[in-house]
Design a protein around this ligand. Structure first.
Ligand code: MGD
Ligand code: SF4
Length: 728
């Protein structure tokens, strides 16, 4: 049946993943009826995935937070108050905590879903005015290893490639990314390019035979955590077969001799065995990559969520350098960003070691440049990185951190070791949560709730995985008293008595930030607010108003390192922090599903998505299930050193034996004390401080059929798994 033509309300960027699809909303500002992909949008070219197509259903829900709410004691109910009272309350409490314990007793924990205007102002307020570098983001859980990997190997953060490279490459190496479920529109572009051109040939390296792996030409079932060995074996085979781009290596890189020596001193049999892949498969992968005209790699959490995530990134970039596959169309290491503006947060400096324009707090010149721009006295910005995500919650539990301001994230579902996170939050003197929805697992533990306007209800700027900076206009009013996040931060700063926050518009904030990118690797000098509002999107780097914006970086083969050369970094295999043993014999790996977004604050409102994936489960290989004497649908108890949960079994040959897979989306509001992150380990890597969410040791046991036989834990963990919707 043809849908009658509806009025077009306007365009916005999808608030879900980092692909950055442009959406067209149709209907009426008070009732959005339909969402379509914008045909001439560079990212999606008219396409949408199911989440994007249904996103309008998540806007006018009964759990939107519409007014500031406060309570001095968490045992009391919230009271509705004016913005002035709420911000005054927060200002007074933060002032008292700072006076008693110093500036580092407060912190901000944000998100890759916040727009660039907001993340810029958070840095200016916390790092500049409040004088603490304790600002971090949930991007720490996904992108921190990629940021450090790019910086170490190439001299700067930021992917070199663009989505159009999909149509230029002849091999796509997808490692640690389930693109078909997590970046579906990009996956669709890849499939369509292949249908049209016969290439790219796709190689997928993943321990699970995911939806992505099932459609691959070559599937490499890498052992969980075995990627460095896999990439070192590939490098070794390429060198032995003479598939090295000598001219590129000599002219544009350094460190090759050490890398060569390192690879030749490795035992190939050992590498093969650690990687868990047959020699034939390895040879085929090496041949495809080594002889490709152009190869692109796509990678995500399978590489990053590891205590050696940075090294995994370095190892992959080594292969690109070896084969000269960077800085030209159809080539390059492409880190896929998870959230709509994880990239923008990196550019504006939200992570605890960063300052705007890819600057670092540890660099004296960088601090001076930013202090001048913010009109602060020299020495205002502290010279040590602040606390990172996991560190913040440890510091809260210790009492070193007293106040935490959380925005656009739900750490009580998404952080590892949730029992610790809950203990920490319960100890805090002040928890402020700035969110569009309430209740969530996190808002339930807050003292102050600040209602945020979300996409369509504010104008905002974001950067996608391919460095495309996009502007989204306000299309409708925000519910109740909700305000754009940047305005909440600016109003608070003024209420707390800080100068430099009297902005009249989002455009003013953007332009102030943009000026700080001049001459930096992420140069956006030419991307003025006025231009963005005219042209909708521009790629960075874009050093002048006349510049069209560059889709591909490093085409001159000069890298932003001291000598302009990219760097080979020999990296050895390292074991994950917690290995299976006789007590906890299974590997637990966690991940995403197509239908759901993060902790379900939005997607639980879309009946179609909920019908597709109504609740959590644990995927177990049939042969493990036989040993455990469990069948499809049976309830099992999964325990780690940190917690115990119970879930129904989903039998699947997609997981290797000895490994179980759990999606991370469902939290306590679905089923109390039963989220996967009660099990995961909060071990982090040394440089990126990204937690190892893809690997910990668990035990799996059949839950007794007869309740009388069940252990005591039944009194706190429900045997039935909860539900958000009465009739999904
Ligand atoms: P994940 O499922 O976390 O998703 O996107 P992805 O990283 O693609 O993990 C990717 C793959 O890594 C999984 O298939 C997993 O089996 C594999 N893996 C696990 N361990 C290893 C290993 O040791 N080596 C290798 N090579 N692979 C391994 C994440 C991205 O998705 C992010 S960061 C966000 S924030 C967004 N979230 C999100 C969502 O919540 N829902 C949906 N539907 N899409 C999303 N897109 C974004
Ligand atoms: Fe939104 Fe990502 Fe789907 Fe595009 S692929 S519609 S950005 S969730």
């Amino acid at each position: 049946m043809n849908r009658p033509e509806l009025p077009i309300i306007g365009e916005t960027i999808c608030p879900y993943c980092g692909v950055g699809c442009r959406l067209q909303l149709e209907g009426y500002p008070g009732e959005i009826v339909c969402t379509r992909g914008v045909a001439d949008a560079p990212a999606n070219q008219g396409r949408l995935c199911a989440k994007g197509a249904l996103v309008h259903e998540t806007l006018d829900t009964s759990d939107r937070l519409t007014a500031p709410l406060i309570r001095s004691d968490r045992r009391e109910p919230f009271q509705r108050v004016s913005w002035d009272s709420a911000l005054g309350f927060v200002a007074e409490r933060l002032r008292a905590i700072r006076a008693a314990y110093g500036p580092d007793a407060i912190a901000f924990y944000g998100s890759g879903q916040l727009d660039s205007e907001t993340t810029y102002l958070v840095g200016k307020l916390f790092k500049g005015s409040l004088r603490t570098n304790n600002t971090d983001s949930n991007s720490r859980l996904c992108m921190a290893a990629a940021v450090a990997g790019y910086r170490q190997s190439l001299g700067s953060d930021g992917p070199p490639c663009c989505y159009d490279d999909i149509d230029e490459c002849d091999v796509a190496f997808i490692i640690g990314s389930n693109m078909a479920e997590a970046h579906p529109v990009l996956w669709d572009r890849l499939q369509q390019s292949r249908q049209r051109r016969g290439v790219p040939y796709s190689i997928v390296a993943d321990p699970r035979r995911t939806a992505t792996a099932r459609q691959a030409d070559l599937f490499l079932p890498v052992a969980p955590g075995g990627d460095i060995a896999l990439m070192n074996a590939l490098g070794r085979l390429m060198i032995e077969s003479g598939w090295v781009d000598d001219r590129f290596v000599t002219a544009y890189t350094r460190g090759f001799d050490q890398y060569l020596y390192f690879l030749l001193s490795q035992n190939l049999d050992e590498l093969v065995s650690v990687a868990g892949i047959s020699r034939d498969q390895l040879h085929e992968a090496a041949r495809r990559l080594g002889t490709a005209h152009g190869w692109l790699s796509f990678y995500c959490m399978g590489l990053n969520q590891s205590t050696v995530g940075v090294w995994k990134n370095n190892s992959l970039i080594n292969l690109h350098l070896l084969t000269g596959q960077i800085g030209k169309p159809g080539a390059g290491p492409f880190s896929l960003t998870g959230q709509p503006n994880a990239m923008g947060g990196r550019e504006t400096g939200l992570l605890s070691h960063q300052l705007p324009g890819y600057r670092l707090v540890e660099d004296g010149q960088h601090r001076e440049e930013v202090e001048r721009h913010w009109r602060l006295p020299p020495g205002s910005i502290r010279n040590k990185p602040g606390l990172t995500a996991v560190e913040m919650f440890r510091a809260l539990e210790r009492g070193q951190l007293r106040a935490l301001w959380i925005a656009g994230t739900n750490p009580l579902v998404s952080l590892p070791d949730l029992h610790q996170v809950r203990r920490a939050m319960n100890k805090a003197s002040l928890i402020v949560v700035q969110d569009a929805y309430h209740p969530t697992e996190t808002t339930e533990l807050a003292h102050v709730l600040l209602p945020a306007a979300q996409f369509t209800e504010k104008e905002w700027t974001s950067t996608s995985s391919e460095r495309l900076v996009s502007y989204s206009p306000q299309l409708r009013s925000a519910p109740g008293d909700a305000l754009p996040d940047w305005q909440i931060i600016a109003r608070f700063a003024q209420r707390a008595g800080f100068a430099g926050f009297d902005y009249r518009s989002a455009a003013e904030v953007w332009d102030e930030f943009r000026e700080l990118t001049t001459g930096r690797p992420c140069d956006m000098t030419g991307i003025t607010a006025a231009r963005l509002r005219r042209e909708r999107h521009v790629y960075w780097p874009c050093p002048s108003l006349e510049h069209p914006g560059e889709k591909r970086r490093y085409q001159d083969r000069r890298f932003p390192t001291p000598d302009g050369r990219a760097i080979f970094l020999p990296r050895d295999h390292r074991e994950p922090r917690e290995k299976p043993d006789h007590e906890f014999p299974f590997v637990l790996t966690t991940g995403r599903l197509y239908s759901h977004w993060h902790t379900l604050t939005r997607t639980r409102h879309c009946a179609k998505l909920v019908r597709r994936e109504p609740g959590p489960f644990v995927e177990i290989h049939p042969s493990d299930a036989r040993s455990l004497e469990v069948d499809d649908g049976d309830l099992v108890q999964i325990s780690s050193r940190r917690g115990t949960i119970r879930l129904p079994v989903r039998l699947s040959e997609a997981v290797p034996t000895g490994t179980v897979f759990l999606p991370f989306h469902w939290g306590d509001r679905f089923s109390a004390d039963n989220a996967v992150n009660y099990l995961t380990i909060s071990a982090t890597g040394r440089v990126a401080k990204q937690p190892e969410l893809k690997f910990c040791a668990v035990d799996v046991e059949r839950v007794a059929d007869n309740l009388d036989e069940a252990p005591e834990v039944d009194s706190v963990i429900p045997l039935t798994i909860g539900s958000f919707h009465e009739s999904p």
